[in-house]
Write a protein that binds this ligand. Structure first.
Ligand code: NAP
Length: 250
């Protein structure tokens, strides 16, 4: 699916909402966090590099947006208890979560499976797949408490069909898409939380430069171009939309 034609988010469409963004310190996650704050949300910035999160926090504050919060966490080492503790902290602070953007990921190796290092495979799976599974599971009650929660999982074109040399990254994204579909079905008419996959497509970030080192970065759009779709799925404009796969680039 794609963004509805002529979609224009209204100012303050996220006012009063609490939105958690993973990988909020850089790339697409950083842009989404700044955008959500500009549209009125209280954004919780999750990531592994505190200095980057602090820069985003400072920018949100400088722009006069609602209060943000920083929650440093390294998804590589985090275990279920860390996510349950996170849920307790967020419940104490906000009592609910209205949105969760699962965005943080790593690329791993670009190599044939025969050469793929098992340690790297496990690291990619932990960050890109196991961490979202544990986080969504831990935060689902808080999302339900919103009465109208929205989860976005970040996909990739390699989620839709295997592609040589993309290894654990492709497998993790295919599984995350599948997890998203499972959750959409299980939650439908059971808890008031919708969940959708969003494939940003080629986007000018560090990860893209890592994957395509010979590419001119100017040939792919910056994260800001995708923000209408990120706003649509997080705002009440997408109420009732769940279990769908959205492409930011046409
Ligand atoms: N860019 C593209 O062309 C493209 C295309 C399709 C899909 N995507 C997807 O879009 C999402 C964002 O990608 P991006 O291009 O913005 O990537 P990016 O610039 O590399 O940013 C990734 C973010 O994830 C965080 N992160 C990585 N490992 C982490 C860990 N162990 N614990 C906590 N945070 C961690 C990074 O934190 P640090 O900055 O501290 O390392 C960073 O904030 C990813 O899910 C990616 O798969 C991107």
């Amino acid at each position: 699916m794609k963004l509805p034609d002529n979609y224009t988010p209204t100012a303050n469409c996220l006012a009063g909402k609490v939105i958690v963004v993973t990988g909020a310190g850089a790339g697409i996650g950083r842009e989404a966090a700044l955008t959500y704050a500009r549209y009125g949300a209280n954004v919780v910035l999750l990531g592994r590099t505190t200095a980057k999160l602090e820069q985003v926090y400072d920018q949100i504050e400088a722009e006069g947006s609602p209060n943000a919060a920083i929650y440093p966490i390294n998804f590589e080492g985090a275990v279920e208890k860390d996510y349950l503790d996170m849920a307790v902290r967020l419940e104490e602070e906000y009592g609910k979560i209205d949105g969760l953007l699962i965005n943080a990921a790593i690329l791993g190796q670009h190599t044939p499976i025969n050469n793929y290092a098992v340690d790297t495979w496990n690291q990619v799976m932990q960050i890109n797949l196991n961490s979202p599974f544990m986080m969504i599971k831990a935060l689902a009650p808080l999302l339900a408490a919103s009465g109208n929660g929205s989860v976005i999982t970040t996909s990739s074109s390699v989620a839709n069909a295997g592609r040589a040399f993309w290894g654990a990254y492709a497998v993790s994204k295919a599984a995350l898409k599948n997890l998203t579909e499972i959750l959409a079905q299980e939650w439908d008419e059971v808890i008031p939380v919708r969940i959708n996959s969003l494939n940003p497509g080629g986007t000018r970030t560090t990860m893209r430069a890592q994957a395509y080192p010979a590419e001119n970065p100017a040939d792919v759009p910056p994260p800001s171009e995708h923000m209408p779709l990120y706003l649509y799925l997080m705002s009440d404009d997408s109420l009732g939309v769940s279990g769908q796969y959205f492409n930011a680039r046409q």
